[in-house]
Design a protein around this ligand. Structure first.
Ligand SMILES: NC(=O)c1ccc[n+]([C@@H]2O[C@H](COP(=O)([O-])OP(=O)(O)OC[C@H]3O[C@@H](n4cnc5c(N)ncnc54)[C@H](OP(=O)(O)O)[C@@H]3O)[C@@H](O)[C@H]2O)c1
Length: 430
């Protein structure tokens, strides 16, 4: 090993790994001036070493399909995990830490599911496990929470964390497209995977939210306790109605802190058009953080892509090379305890509903009565003569109401003989 260089091994040579390699090669002078050392890619682990690749690193870099060629190489100091998923990636991260290597990963799924285990192992071995690229791609959100805002109580954190879902909703809104057509465009442009489930059902955003909660509060918020609603049932009619009321629909990931308890979820919401998050369109990501010292701040940028994500991974590699001690989660102990969760029934917000009802006298009064019995106070009602079969849409915007009451009311209303089941409901961001 050259004295003024650090050897790294990269696991995976897909989108992010090629972006990282291009930056390490193309920005080598800047990197050297900042570190006084070169970053040398020694080995790249892939699934298929015979695969034809558009971009290749210099010939000195060895390609392998054996994990041990990276994990057991004493010259490799830093392992960069860019495979994805939770099986091989988890095994590679564990083996690397046990071999006393520092690890950088962009993998939100493995950290959301096995973060506690991996961070504790890294703490025991005194190695770094850094993950700037795991949330928000190129946006430096991890370091911001770990360091820059570390003296604040974070009161809330609201993010548009999935570029694919945001692109689809933007297309549906701007070009008045149905969901399936907008999804197809996202797939054709390479924003959405062939199997887009993780993105459109909110799971990817949920993984990222779990990581942000860990960084902001030092707590583990289990995936099965998060409210997770995706965008696959979003109807263009509701996007149109929301616009008429002055809102836009976005998939958000949100956590609120109330007196020691947390409440978090991923769901589509109506956002007032003048709200800063309403302006985040297409594949972009943004995170709005409210700290009790700093007040509100927002980070905005490209949430995915080879070079933006590679830039975040590179920043982790450089931080490790500079550091002599490793703080992985930003908390004194890397043991992340389970969060105390505030139940839904104790929180409230304004709501949007669309009922499909038979057009006959007295219907609105019955709906309003059921809501009134549950302390749901109506702010606006619009009834349209746009019939679908024998039903017409009725849209209600409510004042603040508790989510439990809202769910109970929808359940009761959907059972009425003159209502078509499947009432559409969205929270309104306030
Ligand atoms: N793409 C983005 O913009 C982005 C943004 C933020 C975070 N991330 C995260 O970054 C990670 C990598 O994403 P990516 O988009 O770069 O993935 P990708 O393009 O699908 O590349 C995955 C790479 O891993 C290799 N691989 C897969 N299974 C393997 C195995 N069993 N053993 C060895 N190598 C294996 C593949 O090898 P072959 O080349 O031989 O098939 C491929 O090179 C994921 O965790 C992802 O969530 C991605």
């Amino acid at each position: 090993m050259e004295k003024n260089s650090v050897n790294i091994g990269i696991a995976g040579f897909g989108t992010v790994a090629t972006g990282l390699t291009k930056l390490i090669l193309g920005n080598s002078e800047i990197i050297y001036r900042r570190l006084g050392k070169k970053i040398k890619i020694k080995t790249i682990l892939v699934k298929d070493i015979n695969k034809k690749r558009d971009f290749l690193p210099p010939e000195s870099v060895k390609f392998t399909d054996k994990i041990d060629d990276i994990v057991n190489d004493p010259e490799i100091e830093i392992v960069v995990e860019l495979i994805g998923g939770t099986t091989v990636a988890r095994e590679l991260i564990k083996k690397s830490i046990l071999a006393k290597k520092h690890v950088v990963t962009a993998n939100k799924a493995v950290l959301a599911e096995y973060g506690n285990e991996l961070f504790q192992l890294a703490r025991l071995q005194n190695t770094a496990l850094y993950f700037e690229a795991s949330v928000g791609g190129g946006i430096p959100i991890i370091q911001t929470l770990k360091e820059n805002l570390s003296g604040n109580q974070i009161i809330s954190l609201t993010g548009i964390l999935n570029g694919t879902a945001n692109f689809i909703l933007s297309k549906m809104s701007q070009e008045k497209l149905p969901f399936e057509q907008a999804l197809k465009i996202a797939q054709d442009r390479g924003y959405a995977e062939a199997d887009p489930t993780l993105d459109i059902e909110g799971i990817d955003a949920a993984h990222k939210l779990i990581i942000l909660i860990m960084l902001a509060y030092g707590k583990n918020y289990p995936l099965d306790k998060l409210t997770i609603e995706g965008i696959s049932k979003t109807d263009p009619y509701d996007i149109k109605m929301a616009e008429e009321f002055g809102y836009t629909i976005k998939l958000i990931a949100k956590v609120k802190y109330r007196g020691g308890d947390l409440q978090a979820g991923v769901y589509p919401v109506l956002i007032p058009k003048k709200h800063i998050l309403a302006k985040v369109d297409g594949p972009f990501n943004a995170i709005l953080i409210e700290g009790n010292g700093v007040g509100p701040i927002m980070l905005y940028g490209q949430g995915a892509g080879d070079l933006p994500t590679g830039s975040a991974v590179l920043s982790d590699i450089m931080s490790i090379i500079r550091s002599t001690s490793y703080n992985n989660t930003g908390f004194y102990s890397d043991n992340i305890e389970e969060a105390s969760i505030l139940e839904d029934k104790y929180t409230s917000c304004c709501h949007y509903f669309r009922f499909q009802v038979e057009d006959r006298p007295g219907v609105l009064a019955i709906l309003a009565g059921i809501m009134g019995e549950r302390n749901i106070s109506i702010a606006q009602v619009v009834q349209r003569q746009e019939k679908i079969g024998k039903y017409v849409p009725v849209v209600f915007l409510t004042h603040r109401a508790q989510i439990k009451n809202i769910k109970d009311a929808i359940e009761e209303i959907d059972k009425l003989s003159f209502v078509m089941p499947g009432t559409k409901h969205y929270r309104i961001l306030n």
